[in-house]
Design a protein around this ligand. Structure first.
Ligand code: ASP
Length: 901
């Protein structure tokens, strides 16, 4: 029905100028919701042109509404029109129908004007006749280039292309061809039918990608964004590039205040004066002007119907589609060219046929004249899509500018322009400085949600001294709290923040089985927090999932071990080289050999001597080897002292010689053992490096479970570290600890049978508080702690700048000194309670502090508690400590106890 209306409408216009020659043109319009706007645009152009006194023609558009699959019907219509003698063809958009019209136009040399994205134009066979197809839409190649440049300018690390159909893929293929090996990683996802959209977006959501190129019909964009909003894919961390040039025409009220960065490209500028004037004329034509020119009562009735049905409301420039404006410009350029052509070579229209090879007579000259349209020979009407002065050899329009627009709260704003003449660059209209200022303004209003975990001294719970309960940030204190306070100071970000603890208490590790992260990283990936701060190490794997600021502390992996404890001297130390049993055997041998000697001397006649040497025939002989002398001789020999009495009998001498030999062996063994024993008891640390640890199995060693330290060993290719990981992983009982505190406790309690591998910053902290601990060897690597955040966070740059500034001004150093050295004796809830409990338990009299003072045993036991670390001097002293500036750390604690008592 509309077709008839429009035809009648145009006919009415034409009736007003019967004296002029008629130029018939065929217009094929797709049957979609923009059909009527386009018809109004055509009618408006036709009317304005036809009223032009200098134009000797009356433009007569034959408008046909075509369905996508009506190839045959449209072909027949086109052929019958050719027989009437048409001067040009406009449209159709439908690719299949266009293929037919396009080839018809090329073979019959009748100009065809296209107003849509058409990749097939580039694949037309090259002929010796001039091209008759003119496409006013930016060429697929140019659009792809623009897209590729936009992605590059946005500095995306990876992105996902959400495409609607194969055409979309084709549209983006060009842009992908331009990707270089080190350009961002790209994933593809077909949107599929409407009912699949949710599952597609969910899949995209779980992949954690934050940047998207969305290629679909303008009408579908809002459906997708609505769903994306529901699935939390429209946060400030997400960015979208819309490839549709009409994205600005849809109703954005539903996602008005979204925080995502949505960028689109467009050929039209709704704020442009030509556009505003055109819309004004279109609206006026519909309301009033037609009534003056159209006299026929039947046509009048149809127009009124049309108005009542749809176009009662004004057409707004913001709603004008690219193809509508391009149709306006196509008619404009056609008739402007045609009137010039007719002035030079008078055109005679002749009836053509689809079945014959006869061509039009003006095709060649038409394209020559078209190329002469320039500033000196302007178009009859102002073009709506910028100057149209050049077409390339394939028929694509050459000179235009694409506007890069971005959604800012309630409207699209122009952020740059792209010119096909300079395809590698986007001409920014908003400078980086202006953008930074905008981000800064937004940051100043915001409250950062921070996710952290408890761990001394980064974040610790504060004692509720009043018993009234603590809320919000008052619950915590520590290095990270102070760091955030500094970052949020007015001279830096001037923002606020709220700390929350990560539910599972983990730093963040990836489980390849479930393909899920845990801990702080998980919270950030699910956008439950804006920042993740604690002693969170920047690792390659984590960096692939979230973004990090530059490090606020540098450190390395090292080994925490317990110092050797010097044992008090023992009275029986001399006996230690030989075991008790050996001593017993020696004593028994001594007695037995003394007895044997006594008996041998008794039996041997040579040991019976004359008591009076002057008496040559004595009555009795004397034997000096009584039991006492035998024992003396064996003792003297054993002690290597010798004896002034020696046997004379051969057998006795043999017994003594045997004993001497035995004594020699035992003495040598004793001396050697004694030396070794004394040396070993003096030896302190038995390991000096990770290699030492790896090559022994007496001292167990472990590290924090599922942290950066364990990943370091797990992923290391270095044989020593890999061996260490295998040992740690296979150890039973487990050598892994859930947190550093547990690891330190285990080192202290294990009597040098366990070493804990942890980060040097934490080792430093623990050593400041416990003299029993030492760091073994140097750092195994070098890394840093950073503030984690989701990718694409707009505040990353500002926080980074604040950290660098604080580093240069020494603020980071001051913070570290405060929490590592100065705040050693933090009086936390846990410690108070522990001390009170211990005090009561010790003396049961209510004099809690007194009993504790000077108590060596308390000192020793207490030293294993949490972060109160008692230096060794403390343990030696039984005296009440003096309160002075030089007092030891332990003494200071004891004095505090007194106040408590
Ligand atoms: N700071 C480490 C992490 O971020 C913990 C560790 O492994 O020592 O995982």
């Amino acid at each position: 029905m509309h077709k008839i209306v429009i035809l009648l409408l145009c006919f009415g216009i034409i009736v007003s100028g019967l004296k002029k020659k008629t130029v018939n043109v065929a217009v094929f319009l797709d049957d979609d919701e923009h059909y009527e706007d386009t018809v109004i645009a055509i009618a408006s152009v036709v009317r304005r042109i036809n009223l032009y006194s200098s134009v000797q023609y009356l433009l007569y558009p034959h408008i046909f509404k075509v369905q996508k699959n009506e190839i045959l019907k449209t072909g027949q219509t086109a052929c019958s029109l050719l027989e009437k003698g048409i001067a040009a063809i406009f449209g159709p958009e439908s690719i299949e129908i266009n293929d037919f019209i396009q080839s018809l136009s090329s073979s019959l040399q009748i100009p065809q004007f296209q107003t849509f994205w058409n990749p097939k134009l580039a694949s037309l066979p090259i002929s010796d006749q001039p091209i008759q197809i003119f496409n006013l839409h930016p060429s697929p190649k140019a659009l792809s280039k623009a897209l590729a440049t936009l992605v590059r300018e946005n500095d995306w690390k990876s992105y996902t292309i959400l495409y609607e159909d194969d055409n979309g893929l084709l549209r983006l293929q060009e842009s992908l061809k331009q990707l270089k090996p080190d350009d961002p990683a790209v994933a593809f996802k077909a949107l599929g039918p409407r009912e699949n959209l949710r599952s597609v977006l969910k899949e995209v959501q779980s992949s954690g990608v934050a940047h998207f190129i969305l290629d679909c019909e303008a009408e579908r964009i809002m459906d997708i964004l609505r769903l994306a909003k529901e699935l939390k894919l429209l946060s400030e961390f997400h960015s979208y590039i819309l490839t549709n040039l009409d994205a600005h025409t849809i109703n954005w009220s539903e996602v008005k205040n979204i925080k995502s960065n949505i960028t689109a490209m467009r050929l039209l500028n709704p704020d442009n004066t030509n556009m505003k004037n055109a819309a004004l004329v279109w609206n006026q034509n519909m309301k009033y002007s037609f009534l003056e020119t159209v006299k026929d009562p039947v046509i009048l009735k149809e127009i009124q119907n049309l108005r009542r049905m749809k176009h009662f409301k004004d057409i707004k420039t913001i709603n004008i589609q690219t193809k509508t404006a391009l149709m306006h410009d196509a008619l404009n350029i056609f008739i402007s060219t045609f009137s010039k052509l007719d002035a030079v070579y008078p055109v005679a229209f002749k009836a053509l046929s689809c079945e014959s090879n006869e061509t039009s007579t003006y095709g060649q000259h038409f394209s020559d004249i078209l190329t002469q349209i320039n500033k000196e020979n302007p178009l009859l009407l102002e073009p709506l899509t910028g100057p149209i002065t050049e077409f390339d050899s394939m028929g694509y329009r050459k000179n235009y500018k694409l506007q890069i627009v971005e959604w800012v709260g309630d409207r699209f704003r122009i952020s740059g322009t792209w010119d096909p003449a300079l395809p590698e660059k986007i001409n920014l209209t908003i400078t980086p400085a202006e953008r930074d200022e905008e981000i800064m303004k937004k940051i100043q209003k915001r409250n950062f949600r921070i996710v952290s975990r408890l761990g001394d001294p980064y974040l610790m719970e504060v004692a509720d001294t009043n018993g009234r309960g603590l809320y919000g940030n008052d619950r915590f204190e520590g290095y990270t709290m102070d760091l955030m306070k500094e970052i949020c100071k007015p001279e830096n970000l001037n923002c606020t923040f709220t700390f929350e603890l990560v539910p599972d208490g983990n730093y963040g590790s990836y489980d390849p089985k479930t393909k899920q992260w845990n801990g702080i990283i998980k919270e950030l990936l699910e956008y439950k927090a804006d920042l993740g701060i604690c002693d969170l190490t920047i690792t390659y794997e984590r960096r692939k999932a979230v973004d990090f600021t530059s490090p606020f502390m540098t450190l390395g992996i090292s080994i925490l071990y317990a110092k050797a404890v010097k044992e008090p001297p023992d009275l029986l130390t001399f006996s230690h080289p030989l075991s008790f049993e050996v001593w017993i055997y020696i004593a028994t041998s001594y007695l037995i050999i003394s007895l044997i000697m006594f008996l041998t001397a008794r039996l041997n006649p040579n040991d019976w001597e004359n008591p009076h040497p002057c008496n040559s025939s004595p009555m009795e002989l004397e034997n000096i080897w009584n039991l006492k002398n035998c024992c003396w001789l064996t003792l003297g020999s054993f002690m290597t002292q010798g004896c002034d009495l020696l046997p004379k009998g051969i057998c006795t001498r043999m017994v003594v010689a045997m004993w001497w030999f035995f004594a020699l062996i035992i003495t040598a063994c004793y001396t050697a053992n004694m030396t070794a024993f004394l040396t070993s008891s003096r030896m302190g640390v038995t390991i000096t490096s990770a290699e030492d640890l790896a090559t022994q199995n007496k001292i167990k060693y472990g590290c924090l479970k599922d942290g950066a330290t364990s990943s370091f060993f797990k992923d290391s290719n270095f044989s020593t570290y890999h061996r260490m990981w295998v040992q740690m992983d296979s150890a039973d009982p487990s050598v892994f600890e859930m947190n550093n505190k547990e690891g330190v406790k285990r080192v202290l309690n294990s009597k040098r049978k366990y070493a804990f591998i942890m980060e040097s910053s934490n080792i430093e902290y623990e050593m400041e508080r416990n003299c029993e601990l030492i760091q073994v060897g140097s750092n195994l690597d070098s890394k840093g702690y950073g503030i984690a955040m989701p990718f694409n966070a707009p505040y990353r740059k500002s926080i980074n700048a604040a950290i660098l500034k604080m580093q240069e001004m020494g603020v980071l150093h001051t913070l570290k000194t405060r929490w590592w050295k100065e705040k050693k004796w933090r009086w936390s809830m846990y410690q108070r309670q522990t001390v009170r409990r211990r005090g009561r338990h010790r003396n049961g009299s209510g004099q809690r502090g007194r009993r504790l003072l000077g108590s060596r045993s308390w000192c020793r036991t207490f030293s294993t508690y949490r972060d109160i670390r008692i230096p060794m001097e403390c343990k030696k002293s039984r005296r009440r400590p003096k309160v002075d500036a030089q007092r030891s750390s332990c003494q200071r604690i004891q004095v505090r106890h007194r106040y408590l008592g």
